[in-house]
Design a protein around this ligand. Sequence first.
Ligand SMILES: O=C(O)CCC(=O)C(=O)O
Ligand SMILES: [Fe+2]
Length: 368
Amino acid sequence: MVYAAAKKATDDAEAAAALAWPTVGAEITDAAAATFADSTVIPDRYARPDEVRDGVVVGDDESYELPLVDMARLLDSESSEAETAKLGSACRDWGFFQLTNHGVDESVVQDMKDSTMQFFRLPLDKKKAVATRAGGLEGFGHHFAGASCAKLDWAESLILLTQQKEQRSMEFWPADPATLRPSLDRYSLEMSRLTSRLLGFMASDLGVEREALAGAFRGKRQSVALHHYPPCRHPDKVLGITPHHDGLGLTLLLHVNDTPGLQVRRGGRWFPLDPLPGALVVNVGDILQVLTNGRYRSAEHRVLADAERGRATVVVFQDTCVAGTVRPLPGLGEARYRAIEYVEYLKGNYRGLAEGTRFVDSLEISVA
Ligand SMILES: O=C(O)CCC(=O)C(=O)O
Ligand SMILES: [Fe+2]
């Protein structure tokens, strides 16, 4: 038992280390804050016009709609089957959808939004009370520096482990504004509940045991990123977030205000997502892609800056694995991905992020 406990502690530490994102230049300096406040001149560290131009953006001349899924219709026995099919095709074709009527208490959502805005409005030295540490996952700073970390994203972020509760490092949880801790505590719990609910419908769509999918997420880690993307006078020169795939299970994103910026890649082109008031954006992560044996896809996405308005989001990442490994669930045909230990997966995913490659691709079993 003692050995098991010690082993668990090592695994957790290893997992935490493996989870560290590429955080070179993670600290937000006074110079960075001044650049964000007046974006007349874009320093080299942020300038990446070629990357912004990389890939066609689908414009107003082409009508398209990112999928909408209605939780009220999923829960209503009359419409559940049809809406579950819609959920399934959203996860297969796009890997992204907006979830309406999600049922999360409005006051919990509003408190989360208010606390997020209040935190980002604080002067830099106050925010730095919870500054990230070199190589660490949690805290306030530049978090998503992308491949080689040569460039920085046009964003400031606060990342926290929120579940399980005993994994929380409260020293990174801001005491100011005082509402943030209780708001996030409630919001985090609501997101866990919503995730289990969604997984039930995903299991029906996939034709796997409800428990097989729900069990793979239960008790696993949840982390949260609060992002703030300041307005930028040169939105054609900077990226709010580098193009990436989410490496974990399921992501649930709340728009704190209605500024657009998120774009989803499909068929090689970028599709801007128009945030629907009151909806949450849900997307499939790489591990869920593996769990579903490739039936659901994890889509690449990025964030552009807005010339006029700031943008803020609250992003919840639900982690998952099956008995300590990342592998397809049984009952979904011949495995298209090789199984890998969860901790090894996290390390590989981290390396991939730093190198600008996608680790999950290396798990694919090629068919002769
Ligand atoms: O803020 C957004 O719209 C996207 C954030 C995101 O993709 C992430 O944190 O992984
Ligand atoms: Fe993401």
